[in-house]
Design a protein around this ligand. Structure first.
Ligand code: NAD
Ligand code: DAU
Length: 376
């Protein structure tokens, strides 16, 4: 395993009120309580201040409401906090939204990342506000394009072939991060991860969307024939992978993180129907809380609807995580069965969170996308 290459002390976490960023902030203050965690988030539709509730009182925590494109604000916060490590999650992250409106994706994912890089270069390389620094860029396996059933999984040397405006914008940001390392000597690491699931995920993404729709007897939309494959990873395992990259990753290197856990969408939706049915049978109070749910009578699968396919829908993603395993000593801790049960339990126990995030804009999105009102 690589030796420790960087000792983070004071972190700026962009997008820390989103799904993975919030899980990262919770994890970090739990495991590194002596360190400083400053979250910078614009609180778009996908960002929720309440996702940080459990750590808001931690003495090492600070929340800053702001956009990564606002260089003056980023510079002020980084200088004031003497930030030595920037962990960059902030992004527009939903493929379907990028198909309907790509502009915001270019603005945040490309220009926003570049704005952060410029500030980082100024403060860390020109003004030397800290002795050591690291810019960790959180990216996605989608930059590698789509695999056929027989292709080997994506490795760090797979050629980029992004297919959606979302993945194209993430690919562009990866290239900018790389260029700032090669050209200016900025200390960077990048991780490209597969599909995450777990607490605090916005219910526009497949797993929480299906879960909540089963509870409220809403249709379960499966795009195309449901044969598309994703490699699912529990969010804390992604966070652990990023932690390894920050401490043990070598500057300029890219690390793929994944679960080696491929599932097609049809099977995932069936599994969620069956898991909830079993839970309803075991816990009678669930039928009282969700009286319309067909999980009461074992008929959740009847909600499934095969709908028009996503344009340009990538067929298969899979990650070859050999480099992370061998170089960083990384391995996921959660099995899919245990991770999914934890996730379902979290959503059942946090109805207040998801009721609050399903505001007017969410209802509007669901109506545009599926022609149905969301769970409420
Ligand atoms: P998310 O959509 O849940 O959260 C994104 C967060 O970024 C939100 O809190 C939002 O308010 C914030 N944000 C958006 N634009 C901003 C801006 N201009 N300035 C400041 N904050 C802004 O996304 P996520 O699923 O948590 O993904 C986080 C990162 O991980 C993204 O970069 C994404 O590409 C990457 N990623 C996600 C997955 C996945 O499965 N979700 C997998 C691999 C990589
Ligand atoms: O692979 C990593 C990527 O995973 C991240 O970079 C993205 O930010 C993240 O959103 C996710 O992208 P996907 O497009 O794979 O995730 P999503 O949950 O939107 O869809 C998962 C699969 O399920 C995909 O094949 C499309 C399908 N799907 C999705 C929705 C929302 C459906 O069949 N029905 C749906 O309603």
């Amino acid at each position: 395993m690589n030796p420790i290459n960087h000792h983070p002390q004071r972190l700026l976490v962009t997008g820390g009120a989103g799904f993975i960023g919030a899980n990262f902030a919770h994890y970090w203050l739990h495991h590194h309580p002596e360190q400083r965690v400053v979250v910078l988030d614009a609180l778009t539709y996908a960002g929720n201040r309440s996702s940080l509730d459990g750590i808001s009182d931690h003495p090492g925590f600070r929340f800053v409401h702001g956009d990564i494109n606002h260089a003056d604000l980023v510079e002020e916060v980084m200088r004031e906090e003497r930030i030595d490590t920037l962990v960059h999650f902030a992004a527009e992250s939903h493929v379907d939204r990028s198909i309907l409106g790509p502009d915001a994706f270019l603005q945040t994912n490309i220009l926003g990342t570049h704005s952060l890089l410029k500030v980082a270069r100024r403060l860390w390389l020109e003004q030397r506000i800290t002795e050591h620094h690291r810019f960790h860029h959180v990216s996605t396996d989608e930059v590698y394009g789509s695999l056929t059933a027989d292709d080997p999984p994506f490795s760090e040397t797979t050629a980029y072939a992004p297919n959606s405006p979302y993945s194209a914008s993430k690919a562009a940001s990866d290239h900018l991060v790389r260029a700032y390392h090669h050209t200016y000597g900025l200390q960077v690491t990048t991780s490209n991860c597969s599909n995450n699931y777990g607490p605090y995920q916005f219910p526009e993404k497949l797993i929480p969307l299906v879960l909540l729709n089963i509870l409220y007897a809403k249709p379960l939309p499966i795009y195309g024939d449901g044969s598309n494959i994703r490699d699912w990873l529990y969010v804390d395992d992604h966070v652990r992978g990023i932690e390894r990259c920050i401490y043990r990753g070598s500057s300029g290197e890219v690390y793929n993180i994944g679960g080696e856990n491929e599932w097609n969408n049809r099977d995932i939706v069936h599994l969620l129907c069956d898991e909830l049915t079993a839970l309803f049978a075991a816990e009678p109070t669930l039928a009282e809380r969700f009286p319309d749910s067909p999980a009461r009578s074992g008929e959740a699968r009847e909600l499934i609807r095969y709908v028009k396919d996503r344009p340009g829908h990538d067929q298969r993603y899979a990650i070859d995580a050999r480099k992370s395993r061998e170089v960083l000593g990384y391995a996921p801790a959660e099995s899919f069965a245990s991770g999914l049960r934890r996730t379902i339990r979290w959503y059942l126990d946090h109805e207040v969170w998801w009721q609050a995030v399903m505001d007017g804009s969410y209802q509007q999105w669901m109506a545009t996308q599926y022609g149905v009102a969301a769970s409420s």
